[in-house]
Every structure is written in C-alpha cells, then in structure tokens.
Design a protein around this ligand. Structure first.
Ligand SMILES: [Zn+2]
Length: 130
C-alpha cells in the first residue's frame, strides 16, 4: 500500500523534528494534501497510527487540509480552481489548460508538539523521596 510508505515518511519527519526540539511527544501533524497528489485520504489516515508505532508520533492526530487543484488559464490570463481535479479545462472559458499551479502537494505544514515532561517527572521523583 502506497499510503503506508507515505505515512512512514511523514512519521519520520515529525519524529525527527520533535526529537530535535526536545519534545515529549507529537500532538498533531498538519498536512496539506493536494487533490491530485494520488493519495487516498482514508488509507493515509488508517496508515498513520501504524507508521507512528512507538515513535514520538504515537497517538498524534493527523490533520489534513485539502488543497484544490489550481491551474493557470492562458486564455483568461488568470488562475482558476478546477471543479473536478482531472478535467483540464478552464471552468470559465472552457479552453484546455496546461499549467498546474497547485494540487499535487503532500506537505507537512506544521507539527504541534508537547514540551518535555522532565520538570513534572522530576517533581514526582522528589515528592516520592522526601
Ligand atoms: Zn479560461
């Protein structure tokens, strides 16, 4: 399954970023997903927790922001959003369009992390031994 390997890449990126930031865990991964990215959203949602395994991403939410397919129409000289992703005609003048501006992205926009729990763990330790 193609979505599982994408999920593994997303988890790897988020896990590494969280480790570098000294985070306790990842809370949410915000993803921009183009309508023409060739990804089945449900399959990606299903794969994500599997890929997260026991990394810092385990239990994190995958928040997907859908990105519409935007093209540039040479006839209108304007950018247009396609009504249906795979019909490459301008929705206004109905001429064929050749320039894709957006709609293929699989892009992590941001990662929400939980700060390190070292402080509260230390406190617990001190309480237990005093
Ligand atoms: Zn047009």
């Amino acid at each position: 399954m193609h979505e599982l390997s994408i999920a593994y890449s997303l988890v790897e990126i988020a896990d590494e970023a969280a480790r570098k930031a000294g985070a306790a865990r990842v809370r949410t991964v915000h993803l921009r997903l183009g309508a023409m990215a060739g990804v089945v959203e449900d399959a990606l949602r299903f794969s994500f927790p599997i890929a997260a395994g026991d990394t810092l991403v385990a239990g994190a939410e995958l928040a997907i922001e859908p990105v519409a397919v935007q093209v540039f129409c040479d006839v209108c000289a304007q950018s247009r959003v396609l009504a249906a992703p795979f019909v490459f005609r301008c929705p206004v003048c109905e001429q064929p369009v050749f320039t894709l501006l957006q709609g293929r992205e699989i892009q992590i926009e941001s990662i929400e992390i939980e700060e390190s729990k070292a402080e509260s763990e230390k406190r617990l330790y001190e309480t237990a031994h005093s």
